[in-house]
Design a protein around this ligand. Structure first.
Ligand code: FAD
Length: 318
């Protein structure tokens, strides 16, 4: 079922959903099920599975030269989605990127998803490859997520890349895109970021999931700005509980967002990461309760494969 239909069916109540990431290459799918099993009692209408593009690693050869190798450390997004739908009978939402994909790769990826009975996709640009500063599209790939959304919408109308194909079956994907309450790190301003978010919606996106935030005011202001800009689709808040002291520096740096001083001070006072995890849970429960009171359609948690803290939060909120 489409995310937008899940929202309609919920009839104004708030549902619980979460995101997982594929295991590192060589690990077993059991670790995925172990992370999902404890969360199923909260009846998620869908589970997102992230996509991880290739990385470059450099291996030193005997002659001292460096050999560049392309590796994907977390493959398996599509297989995990199929396994989730098969095991839990819940919609699985694969993330799909511009990065590393030509338009032809994108089309073939979407054909696979359609055959698997996947109804939703989350369309993203992806970040630059780790060793590069700026995002570079593939030759004949998409530069921004709005172009990718456009291609998926075309396929939903039965328009494939090969114009000579006839009697084509249209796909029927519900398309989600990313929004950034504290603006995307590369965007010159929040207004310009929202301008391009609106482009994604104009090209066919029917819901938005936000980047994590730790101050609900940022989310409420973002939603108000989106509505003022004419974006009417559902906006789903993404939440992540802090779990380690290191994240105090890592999260603002990696995601270009601010942590509230009260949260920082609570974490600083903690003696160990066990205590930090507890602070993160309590903070996220407060955030979640306020968002539910404001009537958000879904609370979407970034589980990172660890379910104990998400379970504790969901148990207090749902
Ligand atoms: P875009 O919407 O293309 O925006 C990128 C930047 O370009 C923004 O600054 C925007 O303002 C600007 N921009 C957009 N369109 C235009 C245009 N036409 N002209 C000029 N400027 C423009 N990454 C992964 O690798 N795998 C994942 O599974 C994944 N899942 C995510 C899920 C969520 C909910 C979120 C919030 C992020 C996720 N990411 C993931 C991270 C995401 O790929 C990065 O944040 C990436 O840098 C931007 O992706 P985007 O789709 O928002 O890009």
């Amino acid at each position: 079922m489409k995310v937008t239909d899940h929202i309609k069916k919920a009839n104004g109540t708030t549902r619980f959903s979460f995101e997982i990431l594929p295991p590192l290459k060589g690990q077993n799918i059991t670790s995925i099920f172990d992370g999902i099993d404890p969360l199923m009692e909260f009846n998620p209408p869908f589970i997102d599975v992230t996509y991880h593009r290739e990385e470059y690693v450099y291996k030193e050869l005997e002659n001292g030269l460096l050999e560049k190798k392309v590796v994907r450390k977390r493959p398996g997004t599509v297989g995990i989605c199929a396994a989730i739908q098969n095991r839990y009978h819940v919609d699985a939402i694969p993330h799909i990127l511009c990065g590393g994909f030509s338009k032809e790769d994108t089309e073939n990826f979407l054909i696979d998803l359609g055959f698997l009975g996947i109804d939703n996709v989350m369309a993203l640009r992806g970040d630059a490859v780790k060793s590069e500063t700026y995002f570079k599209p593939e030759k004949d790939g998409h530069r921004y997520a709005d172009e990718l959304v456009g291609q998926i919408s075309q396929l939903n109308q039965g328009l494939y890349l090969d114009e000579e194909l006839q009697n084509n079956t249209p796909t029927n994907f519900c398309i989600g895109v990313a929004g950034y309450p504290e603006k995307h790190m590369e965007a010159p301003s929040l207004d310009s970021d929202i301008h391009f978010l609106k482009e994604k919606v104009k090209k066919g996106a029917t819901y938005i999931v936000t980047q994590m935030f730790f101050d609900n005011t940022k989310f409420f202001q973002f939603v108000a700005k989106c509505r003022a800009a004419g974006i009417t689709v559902p906006i789903i808040p993404g939440l992540k509980p802090i779990a380690t002291k290191k994240q105090l520096n890592l999260i603002p740096h990696r995601f270009s967002l601010e942590l509230p001083d009260d949260l920082i001070m609570e974490v600083v006072k903690c003696k160990d990461n066990h205590a930090v995890r507890q602070v993160g849970i309590e903070w996220c429960i407060e955030q979640s309760k306020e968002l539910v009171a404001q009537g958000v359609p879904i609370l979407h948690y970034y589980s990172m494969g660890k379910s104990d803290n998400i379970k504790a939060i969901a148990a207090s909120v749902f």
